[in-house]
Design a binder for this molecule. Structure first.
Ligand SMILES: *Cc1c(COP(=O)(O)O)cnc(C)c1O
Length: 223
């Protein structure tokens, strides 16, 4: 078995105070999650609804589950009863659906707005201008059972560190702009979710508050 406990302790030792770790457990079995849980990890990230549903059934109740993959509107209902944060929100339609099911469950669901800044067209999310236009149009006021807690982004998958840093810096600037214009008096909007196994030190340099790390903790994805 992969040395999950040692790996997670090592990753945690590199994170400054105030930076949360989302342990990305997609494609790894529940036993691996239990190993990380046994050394105190509580926040786990998954990107497939079916896989998440299976894990939730067999794992401890006090895990804080974050959804980090592309989420289809017709699947929101399956995770609405327990999901803590949906980090990968990329349309108003999805926010409306999350709100509807959160209301039905009598709860509030946290979301992060996914920013598209990377060069790759394959990455999802909306541009800063698109989010600002939606917020200008009242996005924040319309959905009472959704808390918009910040921004999430993935940098380009490249060896060019300058490119990666420039994308994190743009995300950080965008956070400040949106915070100032729309959430100045709101305590929820405080998270900057950027940084993965390959680039998290650069993300922290550019004010990440939440890193999403899979491979460094759990090893190569197995299934
Ligand atoms: C898989 C995934 C990660 C973790 O990637 P690693 O390189 O394994 O650390 C982080 N964020 C998102 C959105 C992912 O899909």
């Amino acid at each position: 078995m992969y040395p999950v406990k040692e790996k997670i302790i090592e990753v945690l030792s590199h994170l400054p105070d105030g930076v949360k770790l989302v342990a990305v457990s997609k494609y790894h079995p529940a036993e691996y999650i239990n190993e990380a849980y046994s050394v105190g990890q509580r926040i786990f990230g998954e990107s497939h609804v079916q896989e998440l549903r299976q894990k939730v059934e067999v794992l401890p109740q006090d895990i804080e589950w974050h959804f980090i993959g592309h989420l289809q509107t017709n699947k929101v209902k399956y995770i609405a009863p327990y999901i803590h944060t949906i980090e990968s929100v990329d349309s108003e339609k999805l926010i409306a659906e999350i709100n509807k099911h959160a209301f039905k469950c009598g709860r509030t669901i946290n979301v992060l707005l996914e920013l598209h800044l990377a060069k790759e067209e394959t990455k999802s999310g909306l541009t800063p201008g698109e989010w600002i236009a939606l917020l200008d149009g009242g996005l924040k006021e319309r959905y009472e059972n959704v808390h918009i807690c910040g921004l999430m982004m993935m940098a380009s998958n490249t060896d060019d560190e300058q490119q990666i840093e420039s994308e994190f810096e743009q995300a950080s600037d965008c956070f400040d702009t949106i915070k100032r214009r729309f959430f100045a008096d709101n305590d929820y909007f405080c998270e900057r979710s950027w940084g993965m196994s390959g680039d998290y030190p650069l993300a922290i340099k550019h004010r990440s508050t939440m890193v999403r790390i899979g491979t460094l903790i759990f090893g190569p994805r197995v299934y």
